[in-house]
Design a protein around this ligand. Structure first.
Ligand SMILES: [Zn+2]
Length: 224
């Protein structure tokens, strides 16, 4: 190896070392999910962050759950009062424009989530379960601020291909809801793209998140 080539090789090694140093804390492969778990201090805050790092107590139940009107939800679906009012207003406006947006799942308690996650694991295996279902205590549905919706094709899993989806995507924020698990942000949220899952954060924050194309995690990093 001549001296020029040797120097070139040394430069490459240095560049690789620098890259490794700066990326070692970035969770490039999602390996930090469910690591260094922290218990949530203020579960009643409207802005509460629940994900694969921040966990709710197994006894946490919101104190102001209310049942969503059967006109806009499957039977006996509950959200916290503020989110429920906002969701009913959203669905009402949608309906006035010919769109049918219905809550198929809303508040879910710890035990229900535990059962759901275990069913996913036994049906589809743990790898798949981890991608599309939350472990108990790590589901936003336990906050009473998250809602899964279906459109006029009556299948939440096919919500993206319903005529309601484009409207929901562009208007949910006006009622304080955000698309919580967007496409291309799986490494940040820890969940696969879920066009049907919306989270209430209030209109002010929802507008910023919508305008800037953020996830709730990115909003926390940038503003809180
Ligand atoms: Zn959901």
């Amino acid at each position: 190896m001549n001296e020029k080539r040797f120097r070139y090789a040394v430069y490459i090694v240095i560049v690789i070392l620098i890259l490794l140093f700066y990326t070692k804390d970035l969770d490039l492969f999602g390996k930090n999910f469910y690591k260094n778990i922290k218990m949530i201090d203020h579960p009643d805050a409207i802005m509460v962050l629940v994900n694969k790092t921040y966990q709710l107590d197994d006894h946490y139940v919101p104190s102001d759950l209310e049942t969503i009107s059967i006109s806009y939800a499957y039977e006996n679906k509950q959200l916290r009062r503020e989110a429920k009012d906002a969701f009913e207003n959203l669905s009402q406006e949608a309906l006035s424009l010919g769109f049918r947006i219905v809550a198929t799942s809303a508040y879910r308690d710890y035990d229900y989530q535990k059962k759901l996650f275990e069913e996913y694991v036994s049906d589809k295996g743990e790898v798949y379960a981890l991608e599309c279902s939350a472990k108990p205590g790590h589901s936003e549905h336990q906050t009473g601020l998250a809602v899964d919706v279906s459109g006029s094709n009556d299948d939440y899993d096919e919500f993206e291909s319903s005529p309601e989806f484009p409207w929901m995507k562009e208007n949910a924020h006006r009622y304080g809801f955000i698309l919580r698990y967007p496409k291309g942000k799986e490494r940040i949220t820890g969940f696969k793209y879920e066009p049907w899952h919306y989270r209430y954060v209030g209109t002010e924050v929802a507008k910023i998140i919508y305008d800037e194309g953020l996830t709730l995690e990115e909003y926390y990093d940038k503003y809180l």
